[in-house]
Design a protein around this ligand. Structure first.
Ligand code: AP5
Ligand code: MG
Length: 213
């Protein structure tokens, strides 16, 4: 299975990706997670990416495309992969097409998570992420058992810099202007499937799997 998850910030891409990657036995490749791991590790890539992530702007394609190509070339992705947060503009979608042609492989589907704007703000402003293992929770919808601590590993929960209200608004406009056009791109290729991203996490996952069958 080679799958792309697309949808606005807070649609639940990361949440659904954890389930779908386990279900299909494929790696979950999130460009956002790779950037955040590099920022945490204070690598050269992390230093370059930090100001873009903090302000809600896209990291330049020249950096992101090479990083993605390298990641999908790793051995665990040979049997399939789930991309979360990539491609994020038409240039990246075209670049990915080139990578697929080079590797003589094709995508199975592009799954769009559809969600109204007001729900996005609630999800993002209440999201908390574990500093240690990256597990995501929510102060209302998916509360950790002990306030401020991760259920999976006990690590400290923090709020992403780009989940502050002023940055959320900017991320939504970046999505509308730069990312939404890839939906038409994949619709034309006959790969697009759209599902409703509102409801219980498990219902959405079940719907995703049924839609992909
Ligand atoms: P990235 O990390 O990809 O962020 P994003 O696309 O903005 O999406 P999010 O991670 O915010 O949301 P999500 O859809 O994963 O939602 P989640 O499952 O967490 O990118 C961040 C930045 O990195 C970009 O701004 C850019 O700077 C850079 N970047 C990344 N990729 C790039 C690329 N390709 N090119 C250039 N730059 C790039 O859910 C959100 C919350 O809702 C959570 O708290 C969760 O618990 C809760 N929730 C989930 N599902 C439900 C549900 N069904 N009901 C109730 N609550 C729910
Ligand atoms: Mg995410």
């Amino acid at each position: 299975m080679r799958l792309i998850l697309v949808g606005p910030p807070g649609a639940g891409k990361g949440t659904q990706a954890v389930y779908l990657a386990a279900h299909y036995g494929i790696p979950h490749i999130s460009t956002g997670d790779i950037f955040r791991a590099n920022i945490k590790g204070e690598t050269e890539l992390g230093k370059l990416a930090k100001s873009y992530l903090d302000s809600g702007n896209l990291v330049p394609d020249s950096v992101t495309n090479e990083m993605l190509k390298e990641r999908v070339g790793q051995s665990d992705a040979a049997g399939g992969f789930l991309l979360d947060g990539y491609p994020r503009n038409v240039g990246q979608a075209e670049f990915l097409e080139g990578v697929l042609v080079e590797k003589k492989i094709t995508l199975d589907a592009v799954l769009e998570l559809s969600i109204p704007g007001e729900e996005i703000i609630k999800r993002l402003s209440g999201r908390r992420v574990c500093r240690n293992c990256g597990t995501t929770s929510h102060i209302i919808f998916d509360r950790s058992k002990v306030d401020g601590l991760c259920d999976s590993c006990g690590g400290e929960l923090y709020q992403r810099e780009d989940d502050k209200e002023e940055v959320i608004a900017h991320r939504l406009s970046v999505y509308a202007e730069q990312t939404e056009p890839i939906i038409a791109f994949y619709r034309e290729l006959g790969l697009l499937k759209v599902i409703n991203a509102i409801g219980e996490v498990s219902e959405i996952s079940a719907n995703a799997v049924a839609t992909l069958k």
